[in-house]
Write a protein that binds this ligand. Sequence first.
Ligand code: UD1
Length: 422
Amino acid sequence: MVDGFKVKGKTPLNGTIKVSGAKNAALPIIIATLVAKGEYILRNVPNLRDIRVLMKLLEDLGMETEKLDETTYRIVNNGFKRNEASYEIVKQMRASFLVMGPMIANLDEAVVSLPGGCAIGSRPVDLHLKGFELLGAEITRVHGYIHAKADKLKGAEIPLGFPSVGATQNIMMAAVKAPGKTVISNAAREPEIVDLGNFLNKMGAKITGLGTPNIEIEGVEELHAVEYSIMPDRIEAGTYVIASLITEGELKIENANLDDLGVFKTELEAMGVKFEKEGNILTVIGDLKKLKPAKIKTLPHPGFPTDMQPQMMLLQALVNGGSSMEETVFENRFMHVPEFNRMGTDIIIKHGIAMINGGLSLTGAEVMASDLRAGAALVLAGLVADGETIINRVYHIDRGYDKLEQKLNAVGADIQRIKLDI
Ligand code: UD1
């Protein structure tokens, strides 16, 4: 049996919904505590399954972790007790491959399991490994594990063939202590990269160019433990922006920083949406019946975020007229399309582009969450569908949304957690 959601549609949403700390910033920052010894305090950490899995991995490597309150963790790094991150843990969460950077920064030898694929694509790690090799590590691949000999790292020029978020983060962590200068060109520019860089700089690293395609790292000998507060989750914020538009209620979103979402904001404005911000509270104004269709293409930041693609496609499906969505970041990220179509949308995929005939109304159905963001989009679809929607495999949603159903229920949704056969 697995957890599912039963969503009753067409309940108006009203009130304030608060955005938690960013999963995709918290994961690399927690991993970055492996870079230097000492006692760390991390605040605004979201309450997620992925975070709990990661804490297990840190403990396995010899760290002490303690949850001080709902959003605060204490992590004590007294040095590595093992130099191997096992498949058992890495297979549960791809981001755990990022431990490789801090491991090779500190250990002469490190062994980390290859993560394997996932529903949205094959997701190789070749760019991470190429970066480590350019820094001077000797990399071999044995029985599904990467072995690195890393006793002589040195700053290097590292051009990335694609601005991979994970490769940029892994290489940054590997390079902070490497003597000399490292330059990562065509680096990822996502706000989570900036948050990780700010954390490392607070620890004593010398990183410049964060948020640009050229990141420069001057190697330092020692770094130290710090206290840090994780940035708010821009994808969670964007998910609530879509929830607000499609339910046509009066939702107020706390801690939403739209500037972090690249062209998401300008695309919505072009459709006719307006935003009002008062202090920390964002209000979204737009009449669903009057919004214009949109042609959208996902791209690395500051382009349209692939993690907002399923939620945006739902909005496109509810707006009158023909829209399209092209996915260029992941090769297989349209698993939600047949599920949406079960609920009454008219979307067909041709050559990697989803063609959306918008403006149809949705009816509740039994559907399956294939990954985290697809799962969230199905919850949103359930909110506007006629009748009841049953969403299976919500463990994908629990990986990355902090109390999604409680937060939505508190503003008027009717979502029940139920047990289902897988
Ligand atoms: C991160 C985010 C994820 C988001 C993605 C893109 C975390 C924990 N996850 O994932 O939510 O959807 O960025 O914004 O932060 N690639 C290679 N070789 C590599 C690495 C990546 O070919 O060595 C390819 C991938 O297969 C994919 C693309 O690059 O097609 C983007 O991947 P990447 O930016 O690395 O995403 P992640 O860091 O895995």
